[in-house]
Structures are given as structure tokens and as C-alpha cells.
Design a binder for this molecule. Sequence first.
Ligand code: RB5
Length: 198
Amino acid sequence: MKLRVAIGADHGGLALKEELVRRLGDNVELIDVGAHEFDANDDYPDYVLAVGRAVASREADRGIMLCGSGVGACVASNKIRGVRAAVCHDTYSAHQGVEHDDLNVLCLGARVIGIEVATELTIAFLMARFSGEERHVRRLEKVAAIENGMNSAPPDVDEGIDIGADDEETELEPLDEDEEEVDEPEDDMDEDQLADSQ
Ligand code: RB5
């Protein structure tokens, strides 16, 4: 059975999506949610919603969402329950995100990468499978708990939600180099310990 892939893009990602769709051809079962024509005034959340819903409802196995940077697509995608999205512009993250974090929506920035890199990232993402290893399942359960509001602190009702717009200028504390904590890699890790530490 072919992998079912929902794909979408705003005007920033449209040209790259069209080329990616052409390259994917009939190797996957594509659900192209648009945009289908250039409209400089279209908004990425509309396509994010269509891709995210297809993935969350399991109509699609995976989603790919393209915008100018991939960032807006990623921010919006992660608001949809059941969606785990990331901008991955390197192949390690594109497959490791699936293997460890059960990434199900890949976000790409068409103003950042070109078609060759986008194709390799897409292949790495689509070929990868969640490992199912206990430590990753445990971490995903904690992620799901955050999504379900179980671990998150409620906003302070008296002060409202602070989005930082009216913040007074804040000064960063200079980094005291003497206090800097550096995680030294352990020299004598064997392969299993190394795998378990990731
Ligand atoms: C559209 O101009 C652009 O903001 C959008 O495609 C995306 O890059 C947002 O993150």
C-alpha cells in the first residue's frame, strides 16, 4: 500500500510544492490541498489546517507543508492536536525526527532551500519509521500530556497572558564564563550507551 501524503503550500511555498508534487509522482498517494495558483494574499494557516486535519484524522499518513521559511507552517501545524511538525532543513533531523519524535508533518521553507535539498529531505522523512523504543514512547507520552494541558502551568488570570509586546527593555545578564556548564562527552561510551543517550 502506498504512503498517503497530504501536501500544502502558501504562495511562499507554491512553486516548490508544484515541483515536489511532480517529482513524487505516483510513488505516494498524494492529497494536494493547495494552493493551486499563486495568490500573494493567501495565508499559510489555511493550508496548514487542511494538511494537519488530514494527518490528525489519519486520512493521510504524513504531511508536508511549505511556506517561505517553513516557520509559520511549523508554528501553526503544532497547534493542531495530534500533529508533530518541524522545520527540517537537514536530512538527519528529517529522519531522526520521525524515528525518535514520531514527526508527522515536515515543514519546508522555499525561500531557504531549493528543489534538490527539498527532495532529499522529503525522501528521508517519508522513508523513516518511528522506532517505538520505550524511551521515545515515554517522551512522546509526556509531549501528549503537555498537549492535553496536564503539565502546563495555567496563565496568570490576574495578569493575563503576557505576549511581551509591552515589555520594558530587558537586559540580558552577561554570561559568567567561570560558571558556564559544559557537558563533556564521555570518552568510554560503548555504542549501546551512546544510542541510549540520544
Ligand atoms: C509569506 O510571505 C511568508 O510569511 C510565509 O510563507 C512563511 O514564510 C511564514 O513563515
